[in-house]
Design a protein around this ligand. Structure first.
Ligand code: 5GP
Length: 195
């Protein structure tokens, strides 16, 4: 169900720019410059939508998801773990979980990884990220969470582009997906919201 968060919609309308290939640029408050007061407002909204007692930890993926996840982690006093896009030389190989993710904006396939030390079997985790497009990052996270034998309790996105298939696919898997803004189209250089 579409549940647009009015303060975010106002900012997207004011500051968002449509780029070629169905990409929305929101560098002034999501992907480059960050506005902590506004991030906290969005974290509070996520906190209304996902009962904090239902999850133990927050998971995200570097880089743009981290700030959003940390705000919610601060608010709920929960640890935040981010999947890494490069295998760190310091990570104990026996703890490392990996999967492949195709990046829509970069047009490349990347390995993402997570240490078993930080997501443990039986833990309940909430995934937070900036954008939901084709859902490849989200599927990769789901794969890592399952490899860790943890439970995914939901996925929260700042912006969902509902003209791409990610949201539909995740909801078909009975995943609780919440998006603070749903965009139906970026055609003709116009941001059209989903209703
Ligand atoms: P997905 O895996 O759902 O196809 O894409 C999600 C990732 O791609 C997000 O984490 C985000 O980094 C990036 N992304 C997808 N669409 C957009 C977009 O329209 N604008 C921006 N700035 N990033 C996007």
């Amino acid at each position: 169900m579409v549940n647009n968060f009015p303060p975010l919609i106002a900012r997207i309308k004011q500051e968002g720019k449509c780029l070629a290939g169905g990409v929305l640029k929101v560098d002034s408050f999501v992907n480059h410059q960050l506005d902590p007061d506004f991030l906290m407002l969005m974290a509070e909204e996520f906190n209304h939508r996902f009962v904090p007692q239902s999850y133990d930890k927050i998971i995200t993926i570097e880089a743009s998801g981290i700030a959003h996840a940390v705000m919610l982690g601060y608010l709920t006093n929960k640890k935040v773990v981010f999947a890494k896009k490069k295998k760190p030389s310091t990570m104990d190989q026996s703890h490392m979980l990996t999967t492949e993710v195709y990046s829509f904006t970069k047009n490349i396939t990347q390995h993402i990884c997570l240490s078993r030390e930080f997501i443990r079997a039986g833990e309940r985790v909430l995934f937070i990220d900036d954008f939901l497009a084709n859902g490849k990052a989200a599927q990769g996270i789901l794969d890592l969470v399952q490899q860790a034998q943890a439970t995914l309790v939901g996925m929260g996105f700042i912006i969902e582009k509902s003209f791409q298939d990610g949201g539909k696919n995740l909801r078909q898997q009975q995943i609780h997906v919440e998006s603070l803004a749903s965009i139906a189209s970026l055609d003709n250089n116009t941001i059209t919201l989903a209703q």
